[in-house]
Design a protein around this ligand. Sequence first.
Ligand code: 1HA
Length: 270
Amino acid sequence: AWQDFSQDYQDILFHKADGIAKITINRPQVRNAFRPLTVKEMIHALNEARYDDQIGVIILTGQGDLAFCSGGDQKVRGDSGYQDESGVHHLNVLDFQRQIRTCPKPVVAMVAGYAVGGGHVLHMMADLTIAAENAQFGQTGPKVGSFDGGWGASYMARIVGQKKAREIWFLCRMYNAQEALEMGLVNTVVPLEQLELETVQWCKEMLQNSPMALRCLKAALNADCDGQAGLQELAGNATMLFYMTEEGQEGRNAFNEKRPPNFEKFGRNP
Ligand code: 1HA
């Protein structure tokens, strides 16, 4: 039974249940295309889920069976980005991509129907993707006058390999769920009726495992691709673990007690 927190939002739904938060893009009339407000709200909800200590996993999905997300809303695309209510142009989905990437809790994309363009990149940014049999994946940038040369390109190549990544971007074809599975682009394919049940099952299995191990593994896998930003994330976890030790705490205590630190009892491991 999901608890509903959607009243704070216009373009998304936000639910929580049993350690799981679910963010749903709720613009089915445009195949869940995002406008700046949609992204702003997803950023808000993901932040809220991250800082909620009752939450261990986050599901990202789209309302209805026809689409996960069709990318940027082309109807509000201005001449330098996607236009908000006050006329300012944004590419704020890039901020949301970074937020998914650095969220210390696993993010799972639950995909029915189209995951296309910037929507396809969002599912790639998620740690895992559970696809319904009707899912369709692809990039459209070169057709509609756009491209994502960030994770959208380089991380895609890490996932599917250089040749496939070039094919996906250069030809702008759509790939069905089975093809996506064969490319390693999704983790599993299930009948549409079982999509949420299966996704929640995967979440529950992760919730049984050590949160610290999961966050360090996510940071470690990120660090392999993300350069100094990835190392910062990984090292932040090392610092957190050090703060949790008596040795780390001796340094803090010594400073606060205005005495020299005594690290003698902490041996030097080989
Ligand atoms: O590349 C980036 C970025 C790169 C760097 C930094 C930031 C970025 C931010 C965004 C993006 C992008 O996302 S570019 C790529 C934008 N997206 C697309 O090119 C996909 C456009 N949509 C489609 O190709 C198709 O609609 C579809 C394959 C998803 C679904 O096809 P289907 O089922 O045949 O439905 P369709 O009739 O096409 O669409 C239903 C309604 O939804 C239509 O509206 P209507 O005619 O009823 O008024 C359609 O216009 C609308 N719709 C679908 N997708 C979008 C959309 N409206 C606005 N924006 C959309 N993306």
